[in-house]
Design a protein around this ligand. Structure first.
Ligand SMILES: Cc1cc2nc3c(=O)[nH]c(=O)nc-3n(C[C@H](O)[C@H](O)[C@H](O)COP(=O)(O)OP(=O)(O)OC[C@H]3O[C@@H](n4cnc5c(N)ncnc54)[C@H](O)[C@@H]3O)c2cc1C
Length: 403
């Protein structure tokens, strides 16, 4: 579609996950200009960190890579990575945004991915992100760095520089789309889940990274405590979600990713006994119920209807006890597992929206009101398909009725 220069709008898209990229590509495809601002070192968001991908069980990164490339190659999308939205104000009928760009210690333009920084680093903080980044590069985590600078001398292309400073810049835009995704809320206040009391009690995002083929265990299913294969894993649904003390809403994606994670555990090690403790199974999406039926169909994953009242490490480090009522049989049980994966503590990323900035209109549960027109929208936790649909709808809303 071609539009006149006068009708072209400039849209700031905050967050370069699948949603932000979808919105940016739709807007660019309709002839508008986009500033795509991502605080991470590359586009892709959570999906770039996922292992396998429901409902197809394919590699999550392969389709994402195409979208990342399309964004980077589009002449109408100006991508800013390592950049954070600092403030957002109304100005001249549009918005004024202040963006802070932090320069990575390793310059991606100069990094040739030779790995000499990794070999030189005594603290192991230089790591490659070649599996899930385009172009492939190394990263150094400033916060964990011991400041010895051995990597600087080891780098043959002088790509490493610790002295680089943050840069602030201003953008004047007509519209803003807030697509900063969702984040985990700490389960610390809900003591009964035992989060933080044992290394083998993990959240689903921690487990996703831990079991990933591109992760440090190369896809092997291991305990975090001693790096041996667990005999059993419990997946606990609605941990923190549908709970008035933490998050009243359903986190929407967790039933599906628990089913996915349990199925992948069984594929990689059929000897591991997997149990999913659920409240109700919410598999809302095309082919999703069929995906769940595989677990009912006797592939070795056991589904039990019940919500634990207590999870606690057993003395001597010998596993983790899960106390619950099986609501199908009304029997109270205490089962022992080697690992426990907690699912449910997800909420929209509003925390990174700067204090004092314009905020989207929220309902009582912290979700953006569907009718909100103040400033784009906030994603609810949603699967990739739904996230892309919400993003396209936000892109459309940002350019209609105004031309
Ligand atoms: C354990 C787990 C497994 C999952 N598995 C699947 C699956 O198999 N299939 C599926 O369909 N879905 C899955 N999902 C859901 C999937 O992760 C989401 O659908 C997807 O990440 C949503 O994309 P998004 O762009 O909305 O958010 P995100 O992926 O969270 O991206 C948001 C981006 O915004 C950036 N950002 C945040 N704040 C700012 C700021 N102030 N300035 C600039 N940038 C900012 C973040 O760095 C991030 O890159 C899973 C989710 C979890 C938790």
């Amino acid at each position: 579609m071609t539009i006149t220069e006068k009708k072209k709008r400039t849209v700031l898209v905050v967050g370069g996950g699948v949603a932000g990229m979808s919105a940016a590509l739709d807007l660019a495809g309709s002839g508008h200009r986009v500033h795509l601002v991502e605080s991470g070192s590359d586009l892709g968001g959570q999906v770039a960190k996922l292992d396998k991908f429901y409902p197809t069980d394919h590699c999550a990164f392969c389709p994402l890579w195409t979208e990342i490339r399309r964004c980077k190659e589009s002449p109408s999308i100006f991508t800013l990575t390592n950049s954070r939205l600092e403030t957002l104000e109304k100005s001249n009928g549009g918005y004024r945004a202040v963006i802070t760009k932090s320069t990575p210690v390793i310059d991606p333009e100069l990094c040739i991915c030779c790995g000499r920084c990794e070999s030189a680093c005594p603290k192991g903080v230089a790591r490659p992100i070649w599996e899930h980044a385009y172009p492939p590069v190394y990263l150094i985590d400033r916060n964990r760095c011991g400041d010895c600078r051995t990597c600087v001398d080891a780098c043959p292309t002088k790509a490493i520089g610790f002295e680089r400073e943050e840069e602030k810049s201003e953008l004047a835009v007509d519209e803003v789309i807030w697509s900063a995704g969702f984040t985990e809320v700490s389960l610390e206040p809900l003591k009964e889940y035992g989060w933080g009391t044992h290394p083998d009690i993990l959240t689903s995002l921690e487990f996703e990274a831990w079991k990933a083929e591109s992760g440090e265990n190369k896809g092997a299913i291991l305990r975090r405590s001693n790096k041996t294969a667990p005999r059993s894993i419990a997946f606990i649904q609605c941990a923190g979600a549908r709970d008035l003390r933490l998050l009243p809403q359903c986190s929407a994606v967790c039933c599906m990713h628990a089913l996915k994670q349990a199925q992948w555990v069984k594929r990689r090690n059929p000897d591991i006994h997997c149990v999913i403790l659920y409240t109700d199974l919410r598999t809302v999406g095309r082919d999703y119920y069929e995906y769940a039926l595989r677990d009912f169909g006797g592939n070795g994953v056991r589904l039990v209807r019940g919500r634990p009242s207590l999870i606690y490490p057993l003395p001597g480090g010998d596993g983790i006890a899960v106390k619950f009522e099986d609501t199908s049989t009304q029997k109270r049980e205490i089962w022992k597992f080697d690992m426990v994966i907690l699912n449910g503590n997800l909420k929209p990323t509003l925390s990174s929206l700067p204090e004092g900035s314009i905020r989207p209109e929220l309902d009582g549960e912290g979700f953006v009101k569907r009718t909100a027109t103040s400033c784009g929208f906030v994603m609810e936790p949603a699967d990739v398909t739904e996230s892309a649909i919400q993003a396209s709808s936000a892109a459309l809303r940002s350019i209609t009725d105004k031309n």
